[in-house]
Design a protein. Sequence first.
Length: 202
Amino acid sequence: MATVLDVLLPLKKIKEVIDNPSFDRQEALGLHRKMLLEKRRRIDQMVTTINRTLQHMKGEIQMTYEEKFEVFKEKLINDNEQEYGEETREKYGDDTVNASNAKLKGMSKEDYQSMINLEKEILSLLEKAYATRDPASDLAHEVAAKHKAWLMYSWPSYSKEAHAGLAEMYVVDERFTTYYDKSVEGGTKFLRDAILIYLGKK
């Protein structure tokens, strides 16, 4: 029979936690209670967003452009949580991810469009930089610098370690690899190397 701890903890973490000599069952349950409450809050927000969108689609309520943009940002945050939430929260912690979501939620339409334009610019520049086959080139340096600028639209603060960690995740996680390699075949590893060189970590 599964215990409460089995249900709350990811399977890959159970042995690691139990084998830890400083393991505190009460503290672990308290932590995962907090995680579940946060997850429930996000799900409640998602349901509210969906209900409001359905009402608008049925003509039951009218939504301004600003309201539609707010709904769009909520959906974007929820989609990110569904796709990457577990990994990013485990890697960076709840406080960092929540602060990032809050920054994205507070983003203006102009800033959002600037972020999208910068993302397109990065992909275009990555293709040109990759053609040099030199992740230490001036073009590669520019790609890495623009990638940092792009991150700051949603990151609450910046550190070289976090940037390097994300670059490594791009290569390890096939979801990121697929995204960048779709634009530039082999571009994910090149981007990782360019970022690490830019940060002085390679």
